[in-house]
Design a protein around this ligand. Structure first.
Ligand SMILES: [Zn+2]
Length: 130
């Protein structure tokens, strides 16, 4: 649709002259979408959740506490779910993951060693030794 420059009537596309006042209508303007400068989509990263850092000594102390064999495991478990400080909570979660990996590795090594000892016990050379 175009507006008549003379009377301001909104004129349909298919006419060259204004149906109201007869004035020639201006040439059709390009579609508003193409006239507009192309707006480049901006992909903005989601605002990252910022966690206030734990002080160096607090981090060191937390890690030392986690290093205590049984108490450390319970502490890391407790703090990873009910962290008093968000940074400490993340530290506890990281420590818990590390603990899980260590436990799996230790379990696998124990299993492998145990299997080996069982195999060596049942192996023929065991009987030949006696
Ligand atoms: Zn007109």
């Amino acid at each position: 649709m175009r507006y008549c420059k003379n009377c301001g009537l909104l004129a349909p596309f298919d006419t060259d002259h204004c149906p109201q006042c007869g004035a020639p209508l201006p040439p059709e303007s390009p579609a508003p979408d193409s006239a507009r400068p192309e707006k480049t989509p901006r992909y903005e990263a989601e605002p990252r959740e910022t966690v206030p850092a734990l002080s160096e000594w607090a981090t060191l102390g937390t890690l030392l506490l986690f290093s205590i064999p049984v108490v450390g495991f319970i502490l890391s478990l407790a703090w990873s779910f009910f962290g008093s400080h968000p940074a400490r909570q993340r530290l506890a979660q990281a420590w818990l993951i590390r603990t899980m990996i260590v436990l799996v590795v230790v379990a696998l090594v124990c299993l492998w060693l145990g299997l080996n000892s069982v195999l060596s016990l049942s192996a023929p050379h065991y009987y030949y030794a006696f």
